[in-house]
Design a protein. Structure first.
Length: 191
């Protein structure tokens, strides 16, 4: 499997996005005993269902890609990428959608954190870190703008913001893959 310097993997829920990222990580690890793989997880366990979902993902990922480490960074993607990016390390960010959710729709316990830069400024820092990362980076995100226009101002604003974030990520990455029904469709390949 050809590993791009940077790849954005988009798709709907259960489309195979994370599985493709795991396949890339497994291929990377198989190329050399010096290679490492790190998953930067942005999900947070806010309720019982999410805790169970995260635990299931961790178990399944450990079986499919036993050599991949996991770090949690629900808000500071730029810092996590700067800390964990290295020439011999493939970094998977899963996922940009949840990261944006933490900025635009913070849970009650997140809203009491010290004020930070807005999400556009955070995204700018992240894309600077992505450009500076010495090793390959795989970004995972949802494509949610294919349906009807959602009801509610806040939801429409979120869908718009995610569309903008996905466009910026696509422009920054050398490869963009759209997943549907577990099948990859290459939208861009500048490798």
């Amino acid at each position: 499997m050809n590993i791009a310097r940077s790849e954005l993997i988009l798709g709907g829920q259960k489309s195979g996005k994370s599985r493709r990222a795991e396949l890339l990580a497994r291929a990377w690890l198989a190329q050399s005993p010096a290679h490492r793989a790190v998953l930067i997880a942005t999900a947070q366990p806010w309720d019982d269902e999410m805790r169970a979902r995260i635990a299931r993902h961790q178990r399944e990922r450990a079986e499919r890609v036993p050599g991949m480490a996991t770090v949690e960074a629900p808000r500071d993607l730029a810092g996590a990428l700067a800390r964990h990016g290295a020439a011999h390390t493939l970094v998977v960010v899963d996922c940009l959608t949840l990261w944006l959710t933490h900025w635009l729709m913070p849970m009650e316990s997140e809203s009491n954190q010290p004020p930070a830069l807005d999400w556009q400024a955070q995204a700018a820092h992240f894309f600077e870190a992505l450009a500076a990362s010495p090793g390959p980076v795989v970004l995972v995100g949802n494509e949610i703008g294919l349906g009807v226009i959602p009801l509610g101002r806040e939801v429409r604003a979120f869908v718009d913001a995610l569309g903008v974030l996905n466009q910026r990520a696509a422009a920054a990455c050398r490869r963009v893959t759209l997943m549907a029904a577990g099948l990859p469709l290459t939208l861009k390949d500048d490798t």
